[in-house]
Write a protein that binds this ligand. Sequence first.
Ligand SMILES: Cc1ncc(COP(=O)(O)O)c(C=O)c1O
Length: 375
Amino acid sequence: MATIPAVKQFSDRMGRIEVSATMAVVAEAAKLKAAGADMVEFGAGEPHFPTPQHIKDAAIAKRHGADFGSDYKPEETVVSTGGKLSLFNAIQVLVDHGDEVILPVPYWVSFKDIIEYAGGKCVYVRTSEADGFRLTSDMIERQITSRTRAIVINSPNNPSGAVISPEDHTAILKLAHKRGIYVIADECYVYLNFSGHDFSAGSVTEAREHIVVVGSLSKTYSMTGWRLGYTLAPLPVSNAIAKLQSQNTSSTAHMIQKAAVAAVTGPQECVAQMKAEYIQLRDQILGELAKIPDITCVRPEGAFYVYPNVSAYIGRAGIKSAADIAHRLLHEAHVVTVPGEAFGTTEHIRLSYATSPGEIKRGLERMREWFAKLG
Ligand SMILES: Cc1ncc(COP(=O)(O)O)c(C=O)c1O
């Protein structure tokens, strides 16, 4: 009988090395410990201290500086349990009862509530759909009064995907600085900017005294459930945010902070890969939407949402609003969308395309059939 040649399982190089002696001791000790032995730990060369806070903050500040040319110091960085809490903390610290806060429309759903919870009054700036929901500094300037305390900007924008041009962005920041008004720049989608002009408010260092950058790992590294966000802000603002946080959550969990350090200091190719995929998904969903008669859609330049205008269907088949459309799509077509009313407009629905090409195809086919039935 022919002998079967031994199949080599691993590369030759694996035969040239031994398991690390220290790791082996640690593994052996772990087995004894698991079996109930009371061990005294002198084995691994691993500090027993938790990673000091300033190192985690430094990692975030360094990443931001390298990517966007900002100059935040570790003590100007506050890490929180998600971007939403970072934003909430910043607004709680800056906005008092009766203060006006300028909020461009469409806006991310929580801005309005967080501002109003702080006692602030939202002063809306309506961007024009015909102009791609573009925000300019003139639009902001027209709304400034003696009571204006802050301006909340969000580029790339949720829900429209609009990106503020670097020129307008800089002009808004300089204008606010000159008038002593804070700009809270929600940059949760800053790494999902498809315009070719990556930009963070933090790079406008001459206005830094009045800028609070809010960031998050949720979208950048697909870490939503890990809950890690941060603010980059001048020291007095950061100190105030840290003070508030010392009374609400203390900090985000230590293992999550370690994961965050790994995310921001490790290889960044995943970020570019995900961005490239989102661009393809955007193009796919725009192509599918274009097949539905009478629906128009601004081409998003970032984030992962499309915000189609469905107003042509309002008035047909008993439909009274975008909310009706979203509600009926949910119950009759089993397609989940969010009505524009949540974002301050009445003619749109929002679709997140952070999903697979197959799901986009399936969902948009259902939508096409459903809209066709409305006539
Ligand atoms: C504009 C914007 N800001 C903040 C957040 C909050 O992100 P997280 O709390 O997951 O960091 C989101 C999440 O959807 C968002 O769209």
